[in-house]
Design a protein around this ligand. Structure first.
Ligand SMILES: *Cc1c(COP(=O)(O)O)cnc(C)c1O
Length: 415
């Protein structure tokens, strides 16, 4: 479903015009469609049908508590990668029994918080981490559910910074080491082996790498079962790609069905951890044109949002469509869309054909719902933007724009 559409040349989010949102809450601002978030989540859920499953939304893609609340109400669990994300998931009412804790560098305080909350399982990424979890569980008198994150060594075509499933990456445990480590976990009175996990990367457009990774973790699960360490969960991770420009991502319903078919005879619960595919196309970044500028080589459209608000173009060279809130007749021109920051890498689009835009115009940077606000910073002492949620013809502020007090308060010298 496409949540952002033109009607009579004006851009809507669901039934809501964008201009009144900008007038009320200012720019830059992230705007999200509630029904798109729910629709994207349901595509995973429906695809898996009656096969036992848990969709644990990956909080790092967009961690606004109000968005987590919507997903929890839809039935989602959560995949967290830090104590901060765990706190958000719990604040949103997330059921601890549906929370998975991933990440290669968990600390003792984070592990303690997760044990106190009673999460489903830690996806463990090293033998050192397994030892630490065991020690903390012993100290707190708790049982820790664990899966090992297997590095399946499968290649998935994506940006090198977001590929994670090859042997060269810091993530996961090689299959060859996993069985011995599982044994150790199974022998511990305070660890409970719950599953086998993997996560091969992000923005993967093909189904094949997921199905290959699934084969790898199924094989580990079978070996464990034969060795008397049965597991109940297979966690295939996230990484399902979306369309930014002209990509042709796999159909989520079809992929889910293929997965469910492959597992048909297994008595397992399948966990998926989609992030981007749930929120990516459900959000935009609204920004206003400040100035037009041209030099000998290039045209520039200077807008009030920059790399501190949306880092993806600067970090990954990512493409985001740029759409005017109001289309008008007129010529096209080619320009870089750039922000106000003092960095040459501060661009939202490069060499982009744009319609006739003028200072004061409102632009939507499309497909910005995932890895958008969460990567925002205060660089150049800029205030992080507002976030707005649209529901039909209504909209509400779900995170206020930061203030100068927010910026300065933490830097007071104390005794
Ligand atoms: C980042 C991450 C995800 C989500 O990835 P998407 O590409 O946003 O779906 C899921 N699981 C783990 C372990 C991750 O690190």
């Amino acid at each position: 479903m496409e949540p952002f559409t033109y009607r009579a040349d004006r851009l809507y989010c669901e039934e809501t015009l964008l201009e009144p949102i900008a007038a009320r809450f200012g720019t830059p601002a992230y705007v999200y469609s509630r029904s798109a978030i729910i629709g994207n989540w349901e595509a995973f859920d429906r695809g898996l049908g009656a096969f036992p499953h848990l969709i644990s939304y990956s909080v790092k893609a967009n961690s606004n508590v109000q968005i987590l609340r919507i997903l929890r109400e839809a039935g989602s669990g959560f995949d967290v990668v830090s104590g901060g994300e765990l706190a958000r998931a719990l604040k949103a009412g997330g059921e601890p029994g549906r929370i998975v804790f991933s990440g290669a560098g968990k600390t003792a305080p984070e592990i303690d918080d997760a044990l106190a909350a009673g999460i489903l399982m830690f996806n463990v990424e090293s033998s050192g981490e397994l030892e630490l979890i065991e020690a903390r569980a012993r100290a707190l008198g708790k049982i820790a559910g664990v899966s090992l994150r297997i590095n399946p060594d499968v290649e998935a075509e994506t940006h090198p910074y977001i590929a994670t499933g090859r042997a060269i990456h810091k993530f996961g445990i090689p299959k060859t080491d996993a069985i011995a480590l599982y044994r150790r976990a199974a022998d511990s009175p305070v660890l409970r082996v719950r599953g086998v996990a993997c996560h091969i990367g992000s923005q993967i457009l093909e189904a094949a790498p997921f199905l290959r990774a699934l084969d790898e973790i199924v094989e580990v699960a079978r070996t464990l079962d034969a060795g008397g360490v049965p597991v109940e969960h297979l966690d295939l991770g996230g990484g399902y790609g979306i369309r930014y420009e002209d990509e042709r991502p796999m159909d989520i319903a079809r992929l889910s069905q293929s997965i469910a078919q492959k597992l048909a005879t297994a008595r397992l619960t399948l966990i998926l951890e989609p992030g981007r595919a749930i929120v990516g196309n459900a959000g935009i970044l609204l920004t206003r044109v400040l100035f037009l500028k041209r030099n000998a080589e290039k045209n520039f459209v200077i807008v009030d949002a920059g790399m501190n608000d949306l880092l993806r173009p600067a970090l990954y060279g990512s493409y985001h469509r740029i759409a005017p809130a109001e289309r008008r007749a007129g010529g096209k021109f080619v320009a870089d869309v750039v922000g106000p920051l003092c960095e040459t890498g501060d661009f939202l689009a490069r060499d982009r054909e744009l319609p006739d835009v003028r200072p004061g115009d409102l632009l939507a940077v499309m497909t910005a719902g995932a890895y958008g606000f969460v990567l925002a910073s205060n660089y150049n002492s800029r205030l992080r933007p507002a976030e707005v949620l649209v529901h039909g013809a209504e909209f509400s502020l779900i995170r206020r724009r930061e203030t100068l007090d927010d910026l300065l308060d933490a830097e007071t010298v104390r005794g």
